[in-house]
Design a protein around this ligand. Structure first.
Ligand SMILES: Nc1ncnc2c1ncn2[C@@H]1O[C@H](COP(=O)(O)OP(=O)(O)O)[C@@H](O)[C@H]1O
Ligand SMILES: [Mg+2]
Length: 467
């Protein structure tokens, strides 16, 4: 395992002193043999970086040229697709179709923006991810959420404006490459040009003391020497436009996201505080009151034991019933805190146990992958099922209910609770569903209650697998 001591490169030859004392005579009397290897190394080190630099300049020129040359076709596609989409959306705005067409156009703008990001990655200048506002709703809500996202509009502006940038950079690129290649090789292909006697060339016109081939070679050389920086500038123009509208907008979005995460933390903390308060209240109202009564009953029974054993026995029977009830209540409360079956055997087992206790028959279907979600996520999912099934038992008047657990294609945990009851569930009416909403939002998930009057009721929760 140990590294051989000779492996690190040593700058000094073996005979040389390990270090030269500063200011000492040693500085002036460097050993003569050291000079030769040092010079040789110096020359080798001088040519190697030069070759490497030339190769990297050529590589970069190739990358920049490819990047700028492909910008025009992509910009043409972007411009056409996005403008047609936009005009179509505006035209259809009077009908219902305008909004989805507009949202689809923004979707295309995002895809094209992503293509630009990939192109920049290939060029070696990664742009960073496109941060878009999350779309939670489906149907019209999803469409409106997309339309309200300034980042999607920025992507659209990028796609349309890219054509203007490409119309500037493409001719410059073509002109520079043509001048460089054509000028430097003019002497070669000049002989095949038709030579009309009496043709006035540029050299004649300006009365220059050089031949035509020399002039074009000079111009070609200048173009060749400036080719790399000019191509680089063209590429930088495209990259700058992309950065301004794709990442600039994303960066602002990131700031907004930090704020959202802060709010999420606050709502999670609020949900926890609320849960604690409720637990405190439940303990106070339930088991504590029962235990107080139990104590009183027992002391009365103790006093009566001698003179009225029958009354005492009745009190003791009552006390035993109270004990059993208190125990059941405490069990129910502790299930609300952290059910051991959930911790030990996972979400599916815990949900099957809850479903078994429900007064309505509940079918449980679980299609979950092997690994378990984060504990906080399992916990929240479990509470969702508990609350939803309690609601089914309390309010729905349902004949059957079903719980489905699964994983979405996006890798989120999906919990569905269906019942065939009367419907009309709403978070605003009570605390249970609203509390669930806070808990789920605190983890970055979504809660949806579909419960038309007359039923059926479906509660859908999606939670990130990991938090
Ligand atoms: N599965 C359901 N079927 C019918 N109505 C429901 C259902 N779930 C909830 N509700 C209705 O929605 C209201 C809000 O529920 P919830 O927030 O859990 O409050 P709580 O259960 O404390 O009343 C309930 O009071 C009830 O009227
Ligand atoms: Mg409830």
């Amino acid at each position: 395992m140990s590294t051989p001591p000779s492996s690190p490169p040593r700058p000094l030859p073996p005979g040389a002193p390990p270090s030269t004392a500063p200011g000492g005579d040693g500085a002036g009397t460097a050993p003569a043999p050291a000079a030769a290897p040092a010079t040789a190394a110096g020359t080798a080190a001088g040519t190697a970086p030069a070759t490497r630099r030339a190769a990297s300049t050529a590589g970069r020129l190739g990358q920049d040229t490819a990047y700028v040359a492909t910008a025009l076709p992509l910009a043409l596609v972007s411009f056409t697709v996005l403008l047609v989409g936009l005009v179509l959306a505006l035209g259809l705005l009077v009908t219902v179709l305008g909004l989805p067409v507009g949202a689809a156009t923004l979707g295309a703008a995002v895809l094209l923006g992503d293509a630009e990001r990939r192109r920049l990655e290939l060029r070696g200048t990664p742009l960073g991810p496109l941060e878009l506002a999350p779309v939670a709703g489906r149907g019209l809500r999803g469409v409106l959420q997309r339309l309200a996202d300034p980042r999607r509009w920025a992507a659209l502006l990028h796609g349309v404006g890219a054509l203007v940038v490409a119309l500037v950079t493409s001719p410059v690129l073509v002109a520079w490459w043509a001048t460089a290649l054509g000028g430097v090789t003019f002497w070669f292909w000049d002989r095949w040009l038709p030579q009309e006697p009496g043709t006035v060339t540029l050299v004649d016109l300006l009365d220059l003391p050089v031949t035509e081939a020399q002039l074009y070679a000079l111009v070609g050389l200048v173009a060749a020497l400036t080719l790399a920086p000019v191509t680089r500038a063209c590429a930088a123009l495209h990259a700058g436009w992309a950065r301004l509208l794709l990442v600039g907008a994303s960066r602002r979005a990131l700031t907004a996201r930090v704020a959202e995460l802060g709010a999420r933390g606050t709502s999670a903390a609020a949900a926890e505080t609320q849960a604690l308060r409720r637990l405190e209240r439940d303990l106070h109202d339930g088991p504590q009151q029962r235990l107080v009564r139990l104590g009183m009953d027992l002391s009365v029974a103790e006093r009566r034991l001698a003179d009225d054993p029958d009354a005492a026995r009745a009190l003791l029977v009552e006390a035993r019933r109270q004990t059993a009830e208190t125990l059941a209540e405490l069990r129910a409360l502790s299930r609300g805190i952290a059910p051991p079956v959930l911790v030990d055997r996972g979400l599916e087992a815990a949900v099957v146990a809850v479903a078994g206790r429900c007064t309505v028959p509940v079918a449980v279907e679980a299609v979950l992958p092997d690994g378990r979600p984060a504990p906080a996520v399992e916990h929240a999912a479990y509470f969702v099922v508990c609350e939803a099934l309690t609601n089914v038992a309390k309010h729905a008047g349902a004949a059957t209910a079903a719980v489905r657990l699964g994983r979405t294609p996006a890798g989120r945990l999906r919990v569905e609770v269906h019942d065939d009851g009367v419907g009309g569930a709403a978070a605003a009416k009570g605390h249970g569903l609203a509390g669930l909403g806070d808990r789920v939002a605190g983890l970055g998930g979504t809660l949806e209650v579909r419960s038309p009057a007359g039923g059926p009721t479906v509660l859908v929760v999606e939670l990130p697998w990991q938090v």
